[in-house]
Design a protein around this ligand. Structure first.
Ligand code: FE
Length: 226
């Protein structure tokens, strides 16, 4: 329905799976994963926000691994409605609004705030060794190429989604100011193509900072239907 990227961070033989996705990819992902890491070596599942294409398969992953799932504190009890079994609820962990650091077998990952981009409780992951920022739905595009080559042309594939789904221009600017402090080589979203190289990553951050999406842009929509 909506194609999605699943990302796996491996450090010293242990792993974090980011936004494992819905039921349609669960069995494919589970059978493809041992090429890189046995599922039994997963320490963490990361859920950037609460959408079905992010979390719907979470019960399966909690059932077949010993991993802990990390998600926004405001979404845990709602995510449980995707059929999370009572026996694994204690491995549904929460991230406070201010974010946190998480040790992956010696690699300190940053779970950084990206609230209202687009979900009210939303996080990104920064890997300081690979210098990759995983940006969830921010930077999403429905395209069939893997890497962005022509940034300006690619913005046309992103703008409609971002104008409608990103909630706040204030959040866009605050996020941009925050991530400019990170040393980023790659920005990897959950949908679509990856931004490679510091120059293009900076281009993307500047593009986000200038967005005027969300409620402010939709004021004319708040009318009673004719
Ligand atoms: Fe989403």
């Amino acid at each position: 329905m909506v194609s999605a990227n699943q990302h796996l961070i491996i450090h010293n033989g242990r792993g974090m799976l980011l936004d494992p996705g819905g039921h349609k990819v669960y069995s494919k992902l589970f059978s493809a994963m041992p090429e890189f890491l046995p599922p039994s070596s997963l320490d963490y599942l990361f859920l950037s926000h609460q959408d079905p294409d992010i979390v719907a398969s979470i019960n399966g992953w909690l059932m077949v691994t010993d991993a802990e799932a990390y998600m926004s504190a405001i979404w845990r009890r709602f995510v449980a409605h995707f059929g999370v079994d009572g026996s694994v609820m204690d491995r549904m962990k929460t991230i406070p609004d201010e974010g946190m650091r998480l040790d992956l077998n010696g690699c300190e990952l940053l779970l950084i705030p990206a609230h209202f981009l687009h979900s009210a409780g939303n996080f990104h992951v920064y890997d300081p060794i690979a210098k990759i920022l995983y940006s969830g739905d921010l930077g999403a595009a429905l395209v069939d190429y893997r890497y962005v080559e022509d940034f300006d042309a690619h913005t046309e594939q992103m703008i409609g989604f971002h104008n409608r789904y990103m909630a706040s221009s204030t959040a866009c600017r605050l996020w941009a100011d925050m991530v400019r402090n990170l040393d980023i080589d790659i920005i990897a979203p959950q949908h679509g193509a990856i931004f490679r190289g510091k120059a293009m990553c900076n281009q993307f951050i500047d593009w986000v900072a200038a967005l005027e999406p969300g409620a402010e842009a939709m004021q004319e929509a708040f009318q009673l239907p004719a």
